[in-house]
Write a protein that binds this ligand. Sequence first.
Ligand code: ZN
Length: 230
Amino acid sequence: MEKKFRLANRSVSTPADPPSINLRCPECHRLGSFDTLKNTHDIVVQSQGDFQGNLYVGYRVCPNTSCNLLMFVAFQQVRQPALEAKVLVSYPAERIDFDASNIPQPIVDALEEAITCHSCAAYTASAIMIRKSLEELCREKNAQGKRLVDQIKDIGSKIILPNDLINGIDNLRLLGNDAAHVELKYYDKIDKEEVEVGIEFTKEILKAVYQYSLLVSRLEGLKKKAPPTT
Ligand SMILES: [Zn+2]
């Protein structure tokens, strides 16, 4: 049953039917429709002009029965076009998905840290860790070139990646102009969008360098199992 009360001059209610929220679980990394705990309600703070729309806060549980992670969420209900929950904050925070199969550990550690920083809205720190993961990749592959950008292009010339993707790295400011060293001023204007593009770009390169070969060897394994053709 819905209850209404006032808190610090705001009208607050607890609607009886909390909405499901689509989230990627930070623990098991699966996408799911998260529901609230049984017999609990969200708290809804009515908008009073300093933010658009009512603010909902509550708990949600990962629907994966082998996980069942409990998350705290703050969200708004937006029409796009159906009514959907737009998550503003969650704890633990949602993370960008990353498959680390067959990738050397120093690169995985750096990119995981970049993703953690992104999930906490620490975009400058995330940009620096994206750069570190690419530096680790170039070191591991003994890439040639003075600047990091040149080293990545060197790797790009030896693997199968669309040319447009490799040429596009000149637009990534987080790689900076590092003829001598990284200048931190390049990180001043790096925002969420650039960090997300940087993470996706790094994932694509890592996939091409380390994971296509894994898939090829699995396909080769299937060939050995297949009955001989006559
Ligand atoms: Zn989960």
